[in-house]
Design a protein around this ligand. Structure first.
Ligand SMILES: Cc1cc2nc3c(=O)[nH]c(=O)nc-3n(C[C@H](O)[C@H](O)[C@H](O)COP(=O)(O)OP(=O)(O)OC[C@H]3O[C@@H](n4cnc5c(N)ncnc54)[C@H](O)[C@@H]3O)c2cc1C
Length: 507
Protein backbone atom coordinates (compact mmCIF):
# COMPACT_ATOMS: atom_id res chain seq x y z
CA UNK A 1 0.00 0.00 0.00
CA UNK A 2 1.25 3.50 -0.83
CA UNK A 3 -0.01 5.69 2.06
CA UNK A 4 0.92 8.81 0.19
CA UNK A 5 -1.07 7.92 -2.94
CA UNK A 6 -3.99 6.55 -0.90
CA UNK A 7 -4.24 9.75 1.09
CA UNK A 8 -4.59 11.70 -2.16
CA UNK A 9 -7.79 9.82 -3.06
CA UNK A 10 -11.29 10.90 -1.96
CA UNK A 11 -14.31 8.81 -2.80
CA UNK A 12 -16.99 11.30 -3.87
CA UNK A 13 -19.56 8.77 -5.08
CA UNK A 14 -19.26 5.45 -3.30
CA UNK A 15 -21.18 3.28 -5.74
CA UNK A 16 -19.63 -0.06 -6.76
CA UNK A 17 -17.34 -0.23 -9.76
CA UNK A 18 -19.43 -0.67 -12.89
CA UNK A 19 -18.15 -4.00 -14.21
CA UNK A 20 -20.34 -3.59 -17.29
CA UNK A 21 -18.51 -0.33 -18.07
CA UNK A 22 -16.40 -0.05 -21.21
CA UNK A 23 -13.48 2.02 -19.94
CA UNK A 24 -11.96 3.97 -17.05
CA UNK A 25 -12.38 7.73 -17.45
CA UNK A 26 -9.93 10.38 -16.21
CA UNK A 27 -11.48 13.88 -16.46
CA UNK A 28 -8.35 16.07 -16.36
CA UNK A 29 -9.52 19.46 -15.08
CA UNK A 30 -6.54 20.79 -13.13
CA UNK A 31 -3.39 18.65 -13.33
CA UNK A 32 -3.00 19.11 -17.07
CA UNK A 33 0.10 16.94 -17.53
CA UNK A 34 1.32 13.37 -17.90
CA UNK A 35 4.24 13.28 -15.44
CA UNK A 36 3.99 13.21 -11.63
CA UNK A 37 0.22 12.99 -11.90
CA UNK A 38 -1.35 10.79 -9.19
CA UNK A 39 -4.83 10.94 -10.78
CA UNK A 40 -3.47 9.58 -14.05
CA UNK A 41 -1.47 6.98 -12.13
CA UNK A 42 -4.48 5.77 -10.18
CA UNK A 43 -6.76 5.77 -13.23
CA UNK A 44 -4.20 3.62 -15.09
CA UNK A 45 -3.92 1.24 -12.08
CA UNK A 46 -7.70 0.84 -12.05
CA UNK A 47 -7.89 0.26 -15.80
CA UNK A 48 -5.26 -2.47 -15.57
CA UNK A 49 -7.02 -4.11 -12.63
CA UNK A 50 -10.32 -4.09 -14.51
CA UNK A 51 -8.76 -5.06 -17.85
CA UNK A 52 -10.36 -2.02 -19.53
CA UNK A 53 -8.98 0.81 -21.67
CA UNK A 54 -8.22 4.19 -20.12
CA UNK A 55 -9.68 7.34 -21.67
CA UNK A 56 -8.27 10.72 -20.68
CA UNK A 57 -10.36 13.80 -21.50
CA UNK A 58 -8.85 17.25 -20.90
CA UNK A 59 -11.78 19.70 -21.08
CA UNK A 60 -11.87 23.48 -21.02
CA UNK A 61 -15.32 24.96 -20.79
CA UNK A 62 -16.25 28.41 -22.09
CA UNK A 63 -18.14 28.78 -18.80
CA UNK A 64 -14.76 28.54 -16.97
CA UNK A 65 -14.64 31.54 -14.65
CA UNK A 66 -12.85 34.40 -16.40
CA UNK A 67 -12.39 32.37 -19.60
CA UNK A 68 -10.55 34.68 -22.01
CA UNK A 69 -8.30 34.58 -25.08
CA UNK A 70 -5.38 34.58 -22.63
CA UNK A 71 -6.50 31.51 -20.69
CA UNK A 72 -7.74 29.51 -23.69
CA UNK A 73 -4.48 30.11 -25.59
CA UNK A 74 -2.36 29.00 -22.61
CA UNK A 75 -4.47 25.87 -22.12
CA UNK A 76 -4.50 25.04 -25.87
CA UNK A 77 -0.71 25.27 -25.95
CA UNK A 78 -0.61 22.87 -23.01
CA UNK A 79 -2.97 20.50 -24.82
CA UNK A 80 -0.63 20.28 -27.80
CA UNK A 81 2.22 19.31 -25.45
CA UNK A 82 -0.01 16.75 -23.76
CA UNK A 83 -0.93 15.24 -27.12
CA UNK A 84 2.74 14.75 -27.75
CA UNK A 85 3.35 13.32 -24.27
CA UNK A 86 0.49 10.82 -24.57
CA UNK A 87 1.66 9.75 -28.00
CA UNK A 88 3.17 6.28 -27.73
CA UNK A 89 2.00 5.72 -24.13
CA UNK A 90 -0.86 3.44 -25.20
CA UNK A 91 -3.52 5.73 -23.72
CA UNK A 92 -6.17 7.69 -25.68
CA UNK A 93 -6.09 11.39 -24.88
CA UNK A 94 -8.86 13.80 -25.96
CA UNK A 95 -8.26 17.55 -25.63
CA UNK A 96 -11.56 19.40 -25.76
CA UNK A 97 -12.36 23.13 -25.74
CA UNK A 98 -15.99 24.22 -25.66
CA UNK A 99 -16.43 26.48 -28.65
CA UNK A 100 -20.17 27.14 -28.24
CA UNK A 101 -21.85 27.85 -24.94
CA UNK A 102 -23.70 24.83 -23.50
CA UNK A 103 -22.16 22.37 -25.95
CA UNK A 104 -20.41 20.83 -22.94
CA UNK A 105 -23.59 20.59 -20.85
CA UNK A 106 -23.96 17.03 -19.64
CA UNK A 107 -20.80 15.89 -21.43
CA UNK A 108 -19.12 14.38 -18.37
CA UNK A 109 -22.38 12.66 -17.44
CA UNK A 110 -22.69 11.10 -20.90
CA UNK A 111 -19.13 9.76 -20.78
CA UNK A 112 -19.55 8.60 -17.18
CA UNK A 113 -22.61 6.46 -18.00
CA UNK A 114 -20.39 4.25 -20.16
CA UNK A 115 -17.47 4.15 -17.69
CA UNK A 116 -16.54 1.64 -14.95
CA UNK A 117 -15.31 4.47 -12.73
CA UNK A 118 -14.57 8.18 -13.11
CA UNK A 119 -11.42 9.85 -11.80
CA UNK A 120 -11.33 13.66 -11.52
CA UNK A 121 -8.78 16.16 -10.20
CA UNK A 122 -9.34 17.29 -6.62
CA UNK A 123 -8.76 21.05 -6.71
CA UNK A 124 -9.98 23.40 -3.96
CA UNK A 125 -10.78 26.61 -5.89
CA UNK A 126 -12.34 28.04 -9.05
CA UNK A 127 -13.77 26.15 -11.99
CA UNK A 128 -12.08 22.77 -11.32
CA UNK A 129 -13.72 22.75 -7.87
CA UNK A 130 -17.07 23.69 -9.38
CA UNK A 131 -16.87 20.86 -11.94
CA UNK A 132 -15.85 18.37 -9.25
CA UNK A 133 -18.70 19.39 -6.92
CA UNK A 134 -21.21 19.33 -9.77
CA UNK A 135 -20.04 15.87 -10.80
CA UNK A 136 -20.55 14.70 -7.22
CA UNK A 137 -24.15 15.95 -7.34
CA UNK A 138 -25.10 14.77 -10.82
CA UNK A 139 -23.26 11.52 -11.66
CA UNK A 140 -24.14 8.08 -10.45
CA UNK A 141 -20.99 6.21 -11.51
CA UNK A 142 -18.30 5.67 -8.88
CA UNK A 143 -16.36 8.94 -8.64
CA UNK A 144 -12.88 9.45 -7.19
CA UNK A 145 -11.28 12.87 -6.71
CA UNK A 146 -7.50 12.71 -6.63
CA UNK A 147 -5.24 15.38 -5.19
CA UNK A 148 -2.23 16.14 -7.39
CA UNK A 149 -2.06 19.74 -6.18
CA UNK A 150 1.04 20.01 -4.08
CA UNK A 151 3.74 18.33 -2.04
CA UNK A 152 1.80 17.61 1.16
CA UNK A 153 -1.51 15.83 0.43
CA UNK A 154 -4.43 18.06 1.43
CA UNK A 155 -5.93 15.32 3.61
CA UNK A 156 -2.89 15.46 5.90
CA UNK A 157 -4.25 18.51 7.71
CA UNK A 158 -7.52 18.47 9.60
CA UNK A 159 -8.18 22.21 9.58
CA UNK A 160 -7.09 25.38 7.79
CA UNK A 161 -3.59 26.33 8.98
CA UNK A 162 -3.75 29.87 10.42
CA UNK A 163 -0.09 30.83 9.91
CA UNK A 164 2.83 29.80 7.71
CA UNK A 165 4.74 29.01 10.91
CA UNK A 166 2.06 26.54 12.05
CA UNK A 167 1.97 24.91 8.62
CA UNK A 168 5.78 24.78 8.36
CA UNK A 169 5.76 22.48 11.38
CA UNK A 170 3.35 20.16 9.54
CA UNK A 171 5.66 20.30 6.52
CA UNK A 172 8.71 19.42 8.59
CA UNK A 173 6.87 16.50 10.19
CA UNK A 174 5.54 15.03 6.95
CA UNK A 175 7.54 16.17 3.95
CA UNK A 176 10.02 13.28 3.92
CA UNK A 177 7.15 10.82 3.63
CA UNK A 178 5.54 13.01 0.96
CA UNK A 179 8.60 13.23 -1.25
CA UNK A 180 10.05 9.77 -0.85
CA UNK A 181 6.83 7.85 -1.30
CA UNK A 182 4.91 10.08 -3.71
CA UNK A 183 3.35 9.69 -7.14
CA UNK A 184 5.46 8.21 -9.93
CA UNK A 185 7.36 10.56 -12.25
CA UNK A 186 6.15 8.58 -15.29
CA UNK A 187 2.84 6.95 -14.39
CA UNK A 188 2.30 5.40 -17.83
CA UNK A 189 5.64 3.60 -18.07
CA UNK A 190 5.49 -0.20 -18.53
CA UNK A 191 1.71 -0.42 -18.66
CA UNK A 192 -0.34 -3.24 -20.15
CA UNK A 193 -1.59 -2.93 -23.74
CA UNK A 194 -5.13 -3.27 -22.39
CA UNK A 195 -5.10 0.50 -21.68
CA UNK A 196 -5.45 1.29 -25.38
CA UNK A 197 -9.00 1.65 -26.68
CA UNK A 198 -9.15 0.05 -30.12
CA UNK A 199 -10.27 2.20 -33.07
CA UNK A 200 -13.57 0.43 -33.58
CA UNK A 201 -14.64 0.80 -29.95
CA UNK A 202 -13.39 4.38 -29.84
CA UNK A 203 -15.18 5.49 -33.02
CA UNK A 204 -18.47 3.94 -32.00
CA UNK A 205 -18.25 5.53 -28.53
CA UNK A 206 -17.65 8.98 -30.00
CA UNK A 207 -20.54 8.50 -32.39
CA UNK A 208 -22.92 7.17 -29.72
CA UNK A 209 -22.15 10.10 -27.44
CA UNK A 210 -22.53 12.58 -30.32
CA UNK A 211 -19.25 14.01 -29.16
CA UNK A 212 -17.77 16.79 -31.28
CA UNK A 213 -13.98 16.65 -31.21
CA UNK A 214 -12.02 19.89 -31.06
CA UNK A 215 -10.28 19.95 -34.46
CA UNK A 216 -6.53 19.65 -34.11
CA UNK A 217 -5.99 22.25 -36.81
CA UNK A 218 -8.07 24.75 -34.77
CA UNK A 219 -6.02 24.01 -31.63
CA UNK A 220 -2.84 24.73 -33.60
CA UNK A 221 -4.23 28.03 -34.79
CA UNK A 222 -5.23 29.09 -31.27
CA UNK A 223 -1.85 28.04 -29.90
CA UNK A 224 -0.06 30.09 -32.55
CA UNK A 225 -1.50 33.28 -31.05
CA UNK A 226 -1.25 36.62 -32.89
CA UNK A 227 -3.72 37.38 -35.67
CA UNK A 228 -4.28 33.70 -36.45
CA UNK A 229 -5.12 32.86 -32.84
CA UNK A 230 -7.36 35.90 -32.51
CA UNK A 231 -9.40 34.91 -35.56
CA UNK A 232 -9.72 31.34 -34.34
CA UNK A 233 -10.96 32.49 -30.94
CA UNK A 234 -13.36 35.15 -32.22
CA UNK A 235 -16.53 32.97 -32.24
CA UNK A 236 -16.02 31.78 -28.63
CA UNK A 237 -18.28 33.31 -25.94
CA UNK A 238 -15.31 34.41 -23.80
CA UNK A 239 -13.56 37.63 -22.72
CA UNK A 240 -11.67 38.80 -25.84
CA UNK A 241 -10.22 41.91 -24.19
CA UNK A 242 -7.81 39.83 -22.14
CA UNK A 243 -5.29 39.04 -24.86
CA UNK A 244 -2.87 36.10 -24.94
CA UNK A 245 0.56 36.78 -23.43
CA UNK A 246 3.20 36.82 -26.12
CA UNK A 247 6.24 35.50 -24.28
CA UNK A 248 4.56 32.96 -21.99
CA UNK A 249 3.74 29.76 -23.86
CA UNK A 250 1.59 27.32 -21.94
CA UNK A 251 2.43 23.63 -21.59
CA UNK A 252 4.77 21.19 -19.94
CA UNK A 253 7.60 21.73 -22.44
CA UNK A 254 7.97 25.42 -21.61
CA UNK A 255 7.50 24.70 -17.88
CA UNK A 256 10.39 22.26 -17.94
CA UNK A 257 12.56 24.68 -19.90
CA UNK A 258 11.90 27.41 -17.33
CA UNK A 259 12.68 25.03 -14.51
CA UNK A 260 16.05 24.21 -16.13
CA UNK A 261 16.86 27.92 -16.51
CA UNK A 262 15.87 28.56 -12.91
CA UNK A 263 17.95 25.72 -11.49
CA UNK A 264 20.98 26.47 -13.63
CA UNK A 265 21.11 30.23 -13.38
CA UNK A 266 18.72 31.69 -10.82
CA UNK A 267 18.42 29.41 -7.82
CA UNK A 268 21.73 30.50 -6.27
CA UNK A 269 20.64 34.11 -6.05
CA UNK A 270 17.00 33.38 -5.11
CA UNK A 271 17.06 34.58 -1.49
CA UNK A 272 18.81 37.89 -2.27
CA UNK A 273 17.23 38.58 -5.65
CA UNK A 274 13.63 37.41 -5.39
CA UNK A 275 12.30 40.72 -4.13
CA UNK A 276 14.01 42.83 -6.73
CA UNK A 277 12.05 43.42 -9.95
CA UNK A 278 15.24 44.32 -11.84
CA UNK A 279 16.76 40.98 -10.93
CA UNK A 280 15.19 37.90 -12.47
CA UNK A 281 15.93 35.40 -9.72
CA UNK A 282 12.53 33.79 -9.33
CA UNK A 283 11.30 30.73 -11.21
CA UNK A 284 8.30 32.46 -12.93
CA UNK A 285 6.57 29.11 -12.80
CA UNK A 286 3.30 30.13 -11.15
CA UNK A 287 1.11 30.11 -14.34
CA UNK A 288 2.35 26.63 -15.29
CA UNK A 289 1.93 25.39 -11.71
CA UNK A 290 -1.57 26.83 -11.68
CA UNK A 291 -2.66 24.97 -14.81
CA UNK A 292 -0.91 21.81 -13.65
CA UNK A 293 1.52 21.86 -16.60
CA UNK A 294 4.22 21.04 -14.07
CA UNK A 295 3.98 19.53 -10.60
CA UNK A 296 5.46 21.31 -7.57
CA UNK A 297 6.59 17.88 -6.42
CA UNK A 298 8.71 17.55 -9.55
CA UNK A 299 10.16 21.04 -9.01
CA UNK A 300 11.09 20.10 -5.44
CA UNK A 301 12.71 16.84 -6.55
CA UNK A 302 14.74 18.61 -9.22
CA UNK A 303 15.96 21.28 -6.77
CA UNK A 304 16.90 18.68 -4.15
CA UNK A 305 18.76 16.65 -6.77
CA UNK A 306 20.66 19.73 -7.92
CA UNK A 307 21.68 20.39 -4.31
CA UNK A 308 22.77 16.75 -3.88
CA UNK A 309 20.47 16.52 -0.91
CA UNK A 310 19.67 13.33 0.93
CA UNK A 311 17.23 12.76 3.81
CA UNK A 312 20.04 12.36 6.37
CA UNK A 313 20.84 16.08 5.95
CA UNK A 314 17.55 17.25 7.49
CA UNK A 315 17.22 18.29 11.10
CA UNK A 316 15.66 15.71 13.41
CA UNK A 317 13.86 18.48 15.27
CA UNK A 318 10.66 20.09 14.03
CA UNK A 319 11.44 23.78 14.50
CA UNK A 320 8.93 25.58 12.28
CA UNK A 321 11.75 27.92 11.30
CA UNK A 322 12.35 28.94 7.72
CA UNK A 323 16.04 28.17 7.57
CA UNK A 324 18.25 25.32 8.66
CA UNK A 325 15.81 22.43 8.59
CA UNK A 326 16.80 20.98 5.20
CA UNK A 327 20.56 21.23 5.82
CA UNK A 328 20.98 23.21 2.59
CA UNK A 329 22.11 26.78 1.85
CA UNK A 330 19.94 29.85 2.32
CA UNK A 331 18.91 30.16 -1.36
CA UNK A 332 17.48 26.65 -1.89
CA UNK A 333 15.90 26.64 1.57
CA UNK A 334 14.23 29.93 0.87
CA UNK A 335 12.87 28.62 -2.46
CA UNK A 336 11.67 25.36 -0.87
CA UNK A 337 9.86 27.41 1.75
CA UNK A 338 7.92 29.28 -0.96
CA UNK A 339 7.07 26.31 -3.12
CA UNK A 340 6.21 23.95 -0.27
CA UNK A 341 5.15 25.93 2.81
CA UNK A 342 3.62 29.00 1.18
CA UNK A 343 2.20 27.27 -1.90
CA UNK A 344 0.68 24.31 -0.06
CA UNK A 345 -0.62 26.58 2.71
CA UNK A 346 -3.09 28.09 0.21
CA UNK A 347 -4.30 24.66 -0.96
CA UNK A 348 -4.78 23.34 2.58
CA UNK A 349 -6.54 26.54 3.60
CA UNK A 350 -9.01 26.48 0.68
CA UNK A 351 -9.54 22.72 1.12
CA UNK A 352 -10.84 23.27 4.66
CA UNK A 353 -12.46 26.69 4.20
CA UNK A 354 -15.16 27.07 1.54
CA UNK A 355 -15.10 30.84 2.33
CA UNK A 356 -11.48 31.04 1.07
CA UNK A 357 -12.33 33.90 -1.34
CA UNK A 358 -14.26 35.98 1.17
CA UNK A 359 -13.12 38.59 3.67
CA UNK A 360 -14.71 36.44 6.36
CA UNK A 361 -11.71 34.12 6.03
CA UNK A 362 -9.30 36.66 7.57
CA UNK A 363 -8.53 36.36 11.30
CA UNK A 364 -10.70 38.06 13.88
CA UNK A 365 -8.11 40.67 14.87
CA UNK A 366 -7.86 41.75 11.19
CA UNK A 367 -11.63 41.87 10.70
CA UNK A 368 -11.97 43.97 13.82
CA UNK A 369 -9.20 46.45 13.06
CA UNK A 370 -10.29 46.90 9.42
CA UNK A 371 -13.87 47.42 10.45
CA UNK A 372 -12.81 49.97 13.12
CA UNK A 373 -11.12 51.92 10.34
CA UNK A 374 -13.69 51.29 7.58
CA UNK A 375 -15.04 54.84 7.81
CA UNK A 376 -11.64 56.57 7.89
CA UNK A 377 -11.40 59.28 5.25
CA UNK A 378 -9.58 58.13 2.11
CA UNK A 379 -9.07 59.27 -1.45
CA UNK A 380 -10.66 56.67 -3.65
CA UNK A 381 -10.43 55.50 -7.24
CA UNK A 382 -13.13 53.73 -9.20
CA UNK A 383 -12.69 50.12 -10.25
CA UNK A 384 -12.28 51.25 -13.90
CA UNK A 385 -9.54 53.71 -12.97
CA UNK A 386 -7.66 50.94 -11.23
CA UNK A 387 -8.24 48.40 -13.99
CA UNK A 388 -6.93 50.92 -16.54
CA UNK A 389 -3.82 51.70 -14.44
CA UNK A 390 -4.98 55.28 -14.13
CA UNK A 391 -3.79 56.47 -10.71
CA UNK A 392 -1.32 59.14 -9.60
CA UNK A 393 1.15 56.45 -8.42
CA UNK A 394 3.43 55.37 -11.24
CA UNK A 395 4.78 52.30 -9.40
CA UNK A 396 1.26 51.03 -8.90
CA UNK A 397 0.30 51.83 -12.49
CA UNK A 398 3.38 49.92 -13.68
CA UNK A 399 2.38 46.86 -11.62
CA UNK A 400 -1.16 46.97 -13.02
CA UNK A 401 0.18 47.37 -16.58
CA UNK A 402 2.50 44.41 -16.00
CA UNK A 403 -0.55 42.38 -14.95
CA UNK A 404 -2.53 43.42 -18.03
CA UNK A 405 0.31 42.86 -20.48
CA UNK A 406 2.13 39.83 -19.09
CA UNK A 407 -0.48 38.07 -16.94
CA UNK A 408 1.54 38.39 -13.75
CA UNK A 409 2.97 40.96 -11.32
CA UNK A 410 6.44 40.72 -9.89
CA UNK A 411 6.64 39.01 -6.52
CA UNK A 412 7.25 42.01 -4.25
CA UNK A 413 5.17 44.51 -6.21
CA UNK A 414 2.20 42.19 -6.00
CA UNK A 415 2.09 42.90 -2.26
CA UNK A 416 2.27 46.65 -2.80
CA UNK A 417 -0.36 46.40 -5.55
CA UNK A 418 -2.79 44.84 -3.08
CA UNK A 419 -1.99 47.16 -0.16
CA UNK A 420 -2.72 50.24 -2.26
CA UNK A 421 -6.05 48.82 -3.41
CA UNK A 422 -6.98 48.48 0.27
CA UNK A 423 -6.07 52.16 0.66
CA UNK A 424 -7.99 53.37 -2.41
CA UNK A 425 -11.16 51.25 -2.43
CA UNK A 426 -14.19 52.68 -0.59
CA UNK A 427 -13.98 49.98 2.13
CA UNK A 428 -12.13 46.72 2.91
CA UNK A 429 -14.87 44.42 1.52
CA UNK A 430 -14.84 46.28 -1.80
CA UNK A 431 -11.02 46.19 -1.75
CA UNK A 432 -11.01 42.41 -1.49
CA UNK A 433 -13.67 42.07 -4.24
CA UNK A 434 -11.67 44.35 -6.54
CA UNK A 435 -8.40 42.52 -5.91
CA UNK A 436 -10.06 39.20 -6.66
CA UNK A 437 -11.72 40.52 -9.85
CA UNK A 438 -8.56 42.17 -11.21
CA UNK A 439 -6.27 39.27 -10.35
CA UNK A 440 -8.63 36.53 -11.49
CA UNK A 441 -9.42 38.27 -14.76
CA UNK A 442 -5.92 39.30 -15.84
CA UNK A 443 -3.51 36.93 -14.09
CA UNK A 444 -2.52 33.70 -15.81
CA UNK A 445 -1.98 32.26 -12.35
CA UNK A 446 -5.23 33.76 -10.95
CA UNK A 447 -8.16 31.73 -9.57
CA UNK A 448 -5.60 29.66 -7.68
CA UNK A 449 -5.52 28.96 -3.93
CA UNK A 450 -2.43 31.19 -3.90
CA UNK A 451 -4.38 34.04 -5.45
CA UNK A 452 -6.50 34.09 -2.31
CA UNK A 453 -3.52 33.51 0.02
CA UNK A 454 -1.89 36.61 -1.50
CA UNK A 455 -5.01 38.77 -1.67
CA UNK A 456 -6.17 37.99 1.85
CA UNK A 457 -2.61 38.25 3.19
CA UNK A 458 -2.91 41.91 2.13
CA UNK A 459 -5.84 42.09 4.59
CA UNK A 460 -4.10 40.21 7.41
CA UNK A 461 -4.57 36.48 6.68
CA UNK A 462 -1.52 34.41 7.77
CA UNK A 463 -0.04 37.58 9.29
CA UNK A 464 0.08 39.17 12.74
CA UNK A 465 -0.99 42.58 13.99
CA UNK A 466 1.54 45.39 13.43
CA UNK A 467 2.06 48.78 15.06
CA UNK A 468 1.73 51.67 14.95
CA UNK A 469 -1.99 51.60 14.24
CA UNK A 470 -2.64 53.63 11.07
CA UNK A 471 -5.61 55.17 9.31
CA UNK A 472 -7.46 52.74 6.98
CA UNK A 473 -5.03 49.86 7.71
CA UNK A 474 -5.46 49.79 11.49
CA UNK A 475 -3.11 47.07 12.71
CA UNK A 476 -2.82 45.39 9.32
CA UNK A 477 0.71 45.53 7.89
CA UNK A 478 1.27 48.74 5.93
CA UNK A 479 3.30 49.16 2.73
CA UNK A 480 3.95 52.31 0.71
CA UNK A 481 5.25 53.07 -2.76
CA UNK A 482 7.80 55.53 -1.35
CA UNK A 483 9.35 52.85 0.91
CA UNK A 484 9.30 50.39 -1.98
CA UNK A 485 11.12 52.91 -4.19
CA UNK A 486 13.75 53.42 -1.47
CA UNK A 487 14.21 49.70 -0.92
CA UNK A 488 14.32 48.42 -4.51
CA UNK A 489 15.98 49.43 -7.75
CA UNK A 490 12.87 50.13 -9.83
CA UNK A 491 14.32 52.04 -12.75
CA UNK A 492 14.42 49.07 -15.15
CA UNK A 493 10.92 48.04 -14.11
CA UNK A 494 9.52 51.53 -14.63
CA UNK A 495 11.25 51.81 -17.98
CA UNK A 496 9.43 48.67 -19.03
CA UNK A 497 5.98 49.19 -17.54
CA UNK A 498 5.80 52.77 -16.28
CA UNK A 499 6.33 56.18 -17.78
CA UNK A 500 9.91 56.10 -16.38
CA UNK A 501 9.17 59.12 -14.22
CA UNK A 502 10.40 58.51 -10.68
CA UNK A 503 8.91 61.84 -9.56
CA UNK A 504 5.36 60.60 -9.89
CA UNK A 505 5.75 58.25 -6.94
CA UNK A 506 3.73 59.02 -3.89
CA UNK A 507 4.33 57.88 -0.32
C1 LIG B 1 -1.91 40.35 -3.85
C2 LIG B 1 -1.23 39.05 -4.24
C3 LIG B 1 -1.80 38.25 -5.22
C4 LIG B 1 -1.19 37.03 -5.56
N1 LIG B 1 -1.79 36.26 -6.52
C5 LIG B 1 -1.25 35.06 -6.85
C6 LIG B 1 -1.88 34.25 -7.82
O1 LIG B 1 -2.90 34.63 -8.41
N2 LIG B 1 -1.31 33.04 -8.11
C7 LIG B 1 -0.16 32.62 -7.50
O2 LIG B 1 0.31 31.52 -7.80
N3 LIG B 1 0.45 33.37 -6.57
C8 LIG B 1 -0.05 34.59 -6.23
N4 LIG B 1 0.58 35.35 -5.29
C9 LIG B 1 1.76 34.83 -4.60
C10 LIG B 1 3.13 35.15 -5.25
O3 LIG B 1 3.22 36.52 -5.49
C11 LIG B 1 3.37 34.38 -6.55
O4 LIG B 1 3.15 33.00 -6.32
C12 LIG B 1 4.79 34.51 -7.07
O5 LIG B 1 5.12 35.86 -7.23
C13 LIG B 1 4.92 33.80 -8.40
O6 LIG B 1 6.17 34.04 -9.01
P1 LIG B 1 7.20 32.87 -9.25
O7 LIG B 1 6.53 31.71 -9.88
O8 LIG B 1 8.38 33.46 -9.95
O9 LIG B 1 7.56 32.47 -7.76
P2 LIG B 1 8.86 31.83 -7.10
O10 LIG B 1 9.37 32.85 -6.14
O11 LIG B 1 9.77 31.28 -8.09
O12 LIG B 1 8.23 30.66 -6.20
C14 LIG B 1 7.92 29.37 -6.75
C15 LIG B 1 6.47 29.05 -6.48
O13 LIG B 1 6.20 29.07 -5.08
C16 LIG B 1 4.89 29.57 -4.84
N5 LIG B 1 4.96 30.86 -4.13
C17 LIG B 1 5.97 31.78 -4.16
N6 LIG B 1 5.67 32.81 -3.36
C18 LIG B 1 4.46 32.56 -2.83
C19 LIG B 1 3.61 33.25 -1.91
N7 LIG B 1 3.96 34.41 -1.36
N8 LIG B 1 2.42 32.70 -1.59
C20 LIG B 1 2.06 31.51 -2.11
N9 LIG B 1 2.81 30.79 -2.96
C21 LIG B 1 4.00 31.32 -3.32
C22 LIG B 1 4.27 29.82 -6.22
O14 LIG B 1 3.57 28.67 -6.61
C23 LIG B 1 5.49 30.06 -7.08
O15 LIG B 1 5.29 29.83 -8.45
C24 LIG B 1 -0.01 36.60 -4.92
C25 LIG B 1 0.56 37.42 -3.94
C26 LIG B 1 -0.05 38.63 -3.61
C27 LIG B 1 0.59 39.48 -2.53
Amino acid sequence: MNINLDSRIRILIDSPLNHEGEFVLYWMTAQRRVTWNPALEHAADLAEELGRPLLVVEPFSSGYSYASDRLVTFVAQGMLDNRQSFDGTGVRYIPWIETHRERGAGLLRRFSERACVVVIDDFPTGHPRYVMERAEKTLSTRLLAIDGCGVIPMSWTDKAPPLAHTFRRVVQRTVLEAITNGPKPNPLDSRSSVLWMQDEQYNSLIQDLRFEMTPLEWLWRVAEGGKTGKEALEPLPIDHQVQPVVDRRGGSIEANRLLEVFINSRLDSYSDGRNNPSDSSTSRLSPWLHFGHISSLEVVHRVLKECQWDPSMTSEKVTGSRFGWWGLGEAPESFLDQIITWRDLGFHFAYHRPDYASIESIPEWAQMTLSNHANDPRSTYTFQELENANTHDEIWNAAQRELRETGIIHNYLRMLWGKRILEWAPDPVTASDWMVSLNDRWALDGRDPNSYTGIFWVLGRHDRAWGPERPIFGKVRFMSSANTARKLDLQGYLNQFGNGDMDSIEG
